[in-house]
Design a protein around this ligand. Structure first.
Ligand code: DQA
Length: 146
């Protein structure tokens, strides 16, 4: 099984972007950690990041077509991208796990972050645990596949 771990806009700036909110570790470190966690769980992982909404939508289509479970941090797209939500709904319809992850806890921040257009079509949403959220998401996917 291959899991796609997809990260949305500005997450390529992890480590330098608001470290008090998102921590001091960068995307490369997140990628290494996800690869290690996935190999411990016995599956493959591909970690990607894009600032481009169309590219992220295409990656979700790819996951549907190839039957890949997805860990998705939609970043700011969380709050307004109906295009990404419609793509994510196709994962839901195909019974493929979609775990929405947020490094911070959006519910405790600005009002605009309190609404997710992705959560209604996600299997589960994990927030506020830093990179640990990705580990828990991968563990959940492993458990759901059994
Ligand atoms: C985020 C939270 C979003 O509100 C924000 O736009 C991000 C990152 C998080 O991981 O906490 O870019 O998804």
């Amino acid at each position: 099984m291959k899991v796609l771990v997809l990260n949305g806009p500005n997450l390529g700036r992890l480590g330098v972007r608001e470290p008090d909110v998102y921590g001091h570790q960068n995307l490369h470190q997140l990628t290494e950690q996800c690869s290690r966690w996935a190999s411990e769980l016995g599956f493959e992982v591909e970690v990607r990041q894009s600032d481009d909404e169309a590219e992220m939508i295409h990656w979700i289509h790819e996951a549907v077509d190839n039957h890949n479970p997805v860990v998705l941090n939609p970043a700011a797209f969380t709050h307004y991208s109906y295009g990404l939500a419609d793509a994510a709904a196709q994962l839901h319809a195909a019974d493929l796990p979609l775990i929405e992850v947020h490094i911070s806890n959006p519910a405790s921040r600005e009002a605009f972050r309190r609404h997710s257009v992705i959560s209604p079509v996600a299997t589960s949403t994990i927030t506020g645990l830093g990179f640990l959220g990705y580990k828990l998401a991968l563990e959940a996917i492993g458990a759901l596949q059994k």
